[in-house]
Design a protein around this ligand. Sequence first.
Ligand SMILES: [Zn+2]
Length: 200
Amino acid sequence: MLAGMTPDEALQQLLDGNRRFSTGEPRHPHQEASHRQHLASGQHPFAVIVGCADSRVPPEIVFDLGLGDLFVVRSAGNIVDEAIIGSIEYAVHEFETPLIVVLGHESCGAVKAALSAVTEEEHTIGHIGAVVEAIVPAARRAIHHSGDWVDHAVRGNIEMVAATLRSSEPIITERVRRGSLKVLGARYDLDDGVVEVFDY
Ligand SMILES: [Zn+2]
């Protein structure tokens, strides 16, 4: 149904949905039983969302979408590892998904933890260190700037993950070169619900 969308058309779908959500006029599309049954035979998600696991930023809700629309991977701090990149490549390869959006957000706890690790040399417990370490490069850069370090690091981390994906050989790079796939970063505002998209 949504096959054949261009990256820009896919982005427009996301922006339209976020406008409905943020202005308090969600339609909750694609959640009816008939649509569920229609999708049982196959999916064609039009965007991959690499989001934070934060309970306040569920992609289907903030983009006012439903079943079959988004291929979503989430981790604390919207970081990627081999398994997550493999999941993204699967969607891009299998469904020809034209858009990947790395969706970070205001006041991200994982980013704050990375900043604490940098500024206070705070140690992490268990496997949390793997998350923090992935964000530390963005945190180190953020503290060289004036202003809101958390927001600098949130934006820097989004940009870093988007760059990692964009240069991920060969499945993603090939399609980016052909123009059939875009990898964009975006930041969600917890207060007004608006997603700001960055084009690097
Ligand atoms: Zn977060």
